[in-house]
Design a binder for this molecule. Structure first.
Ligand SMILES: [Zn+2]
Ligand SMILES: [Zn+2]
Length: 280
């Protein structure tokens, strides 16, 4: 099950920064990305940082990571219910990201998270101070960039692949293939932010329950998102499995056209059944 807490693009003021709340078969809840509005989105959904088992990050842009400091410090210093603060020996949330993305996450958070009052060195904080950083269980070697083409993780009993995708040229950014059934190769696909790779989407279509794809209706040179003008040319079998997210505030002016083509449009709070591929 996956709840789209926020579904807006980088400049959305109406739909919130795109953020997914993933509930695994174990019952563990993980967050996919943690943008600048994620702390408030979680609060509005009645969920605290202490309810989360882990965090997955696709890439470093403010609409995907600017809520992470709140998560880190919230768990580090605060105790809630049964879940103790990390300073008092409580559990760390897990953290999954491709290593090239993880390095950029730390570059972003370093100025605040390296400072804490424990031990002899007050600037010794690392990502490991706040999170249980998961190492990949398998990697594919570099292909288009110098970092691994993909890295695979075991997250709360679920297999997950972070695969490099084309967002801003030269920037580490990943899409996610999330296993939804350990007994099969079926997945849910989450784009993060990326341009449309029709061949790749076709190659995984048969085993994908839902494609969550970022989508823009704004055409500009050097497109870095899923341009609707390209998404609309995908085969109907893919369009019918695709949920458009990370969209602009004027999505309602495009909804009829998108739905006529078989797409569904994500809204904040929607809950998606990853097995059936249907909205609940
Ligand atoms: Zn974004
Ligand atoms: Zn981005």
């Amino acid at each position: 099950m996956l709840q789209t807490l926020g579904v807006g693009g980088a400049f959305s003021r109406r739909y919130g920064t795109t953020c997914g709340l993933l509930t695994l078969s174990s019952g563990d809840r993980w967050l996919i990305d943690c943008g600048r509005q994620a702390p408030d989105q979680l609060h509005d959904a009645g969920i605290s940082w202490h309810d989360l088992a882990g965090q997955i990050v696709t890439h470093v842009h403010g609409d995907h990571v600017f809520g992470l400091e709140d998560f880190a410090f919230g768990r580090f210093y605060e105790t809630r219910g049964e879940v103790g603060s990390i300073v008092s020996g409580g559990p760390q949330p897990h953290f999954v990201a491709h290593s090239a993305v993880r390095e950029e996450v730390w570059s972003t958070l370093y100025a605040s998270l390296r400072y804490h009052k424990l031990g002899d060195n007050p600037t010794a904080g690392t990502l490991n101070t706040y999170f249980h950083v998961c190492a990949p269980v398998a990697v594919e070697p570099p292909a288009d960039n110098q970092w691994n083409h993909s890295e695979s993780f075991e997250a709360g009993g679920t297999h997950l692949i972070a695969r490099e995708s084309e967002h801003v040229p030269g920037k580490p950014s990943c899409s996610l293939e999330i296993s939804i059934d350990p007994a099969s190769d079926r997945i849910t696909w989450w784009s993060g932010d990326c341009t449309v790779d029709a061949d790749y989407l076709a190659s995984i279509e048969a085993r994908t329950s839902i494609f969550f794809h970022d989508c823009t209706f704004v055409e500009y040179p050097g497109q870095v998102h899923g341009a609707f003008s390209l998404l609309r040319d995908l085969p109907e079998s893919i369009r019918r499995k695709m949920v458009l997210m990370h969209h602009e505030d004027n999505i309602e002016t495009h909804r009829a056209e998108a739905e006529a083509l078989g797409f569904r449009v994500a809204m904040p709070g929607d809950i998606w059944d990853l097995v059936t591929g249907q909205r609940r």
